[in-house]
Structure formats: C-alpha cells, structure tokens
Design a protein around this ligand. Structure first.
Ligand code: SF4
Ligand code: SF4
Length: 169
C-alpha cells in the first residue's frame, strides 16, 4: 500500500456516504433489505391468542412465563424479550397461527423488565368447571377447541370431574 493509495482512499471515504448508522437513531437511513431477511423479537397478538400456552412449552429459551391466577380467573402469558433468541419456534407452534409472531423490533437492549418493550404480554379469562368450580383452562382456548370440533361452546367441565362422571360407581 503506497502513500498515494492511502490518501486516495481517505479522500474517497471523506467524500462518500457514511458506511455505518448512528444507533439507535440518526445518521444515514438504514437499508431496509437486511431487515426484511432478519428475525426480530417475538411479540404476542392479543386478538389471535387463546392463551393455550403451547408457545411457552416449546420456547427453547424459556422466555415465556405462564401465570395462572385461579382466584381472579385470569391467565397471563409474559414474554421476556431479553431472553428471546428470535428462533420463531413459538410462531410455528401457535395453535391459531396468529397469536404470536416475530416482530420488526430488533433491539433487545433494555436495562430492566419495566422498560417499554422489555416484555410482551397477553391476558385471558380462565373458565371454571361447571361441577367443581375450579379454574382449569382459558375460556378462549375452550371456545377455539369447540369451534374446531363443530360443537356448541357450552358450560365446561374439568378433566377430573369428567373422569369422575365416567367412572362406574
Ligand atoms: S422466538 Fe424462540 S426464543 Fe423467542 S419467544 Fe419464540 S420460541 Fe422463545
Ligand atoms: S394461542 Fe398461540 S400465542 Fe397464544 S398461548 Fe397458544 S400458542 Fe401461544
């Protein structure tokens, strides 16, 4: 490398466009092409989710927590985006096909769980058993199953009560 070529490269760099982008904002507009091919962090879509928790069971990073509150009859799924590795397993396993998806958010840098965007959550009511009153499954999941089976969505009976009713006395 000669001094002339170094000077030529330096002048070219000074006169040309910036090769990098200031993060997280400012600088040259990012090229959208890599983003189209890239995987962002997963996020729930409340409308398409029935709270079945299949995504939590398959997540290899253990990023999705399932919290059932039997007293309040609520199930809450919380996705810790700091743990998400954007593998897309949850999206592929989602039983409705539209409850969770990889987003266009690529920024996993957060200083704590309370920061905006650090988590993605969805909350749904739990159904209680017609016979024993125990909370046992999300109402939206039961309605989804009934819809798939072509059955009317009636009062639900928990597996334990169904077994007990089916057992000869
Ligand atoms: S994309 Fe992968 S790591 Fe992220 S929540 Fe879904 S299954 Fe877990
Ligand atoms: S419906 Fe999809 S996103 Fe919702 S809990 Fe089930 S698998 Fe997860």
């Amino acid at each position: 490398m000669t001094m002339t070529s170094v000077l030529r490269d330096a002048l070219r760099a000074l006169a040309g466009r910036a090769a990098t982008t200031a993060f997280p904002q400012g600088g040259a507009a990012p090229d959208p092409a890599p983003a189209r091919r890239s995987r962002g962090l997963a996020a729930f879509a409340a409308d398409g989710c029935v709270a079945c928790a299949a995504c939590a069971r398959v997540c290899p990073a253990g990023a999705i927590a399932v919290r059932d509150d039997a007293r309040a009859l609520r199930r809450r799924l919380v996705l810790d985006r700091g743990r998400c590795v954007s593998c897309g397993t949850c999206e592929r396993a989602c039983i409705t096909g539209r409850g969770i998806a990889l987003s266009r958010d690529f920024d996993a840098a957060r200083t704590g769980p309370d920061q905006p965007g650090a988590t993605s959550a969805v909350e749904k009511p739990l159904a209680s058993c017609r016979d024993c009153g125990a909370a046992f499954a999300p109402a939206a999941h039961l309605a989804w199953i009934a819809g798939r089976a072509g059955a009317p969505a009636g009062a639900a009976v928990c597996p334990a009560c169904r077994r007990s009713a089916a057992t000869p006395k």
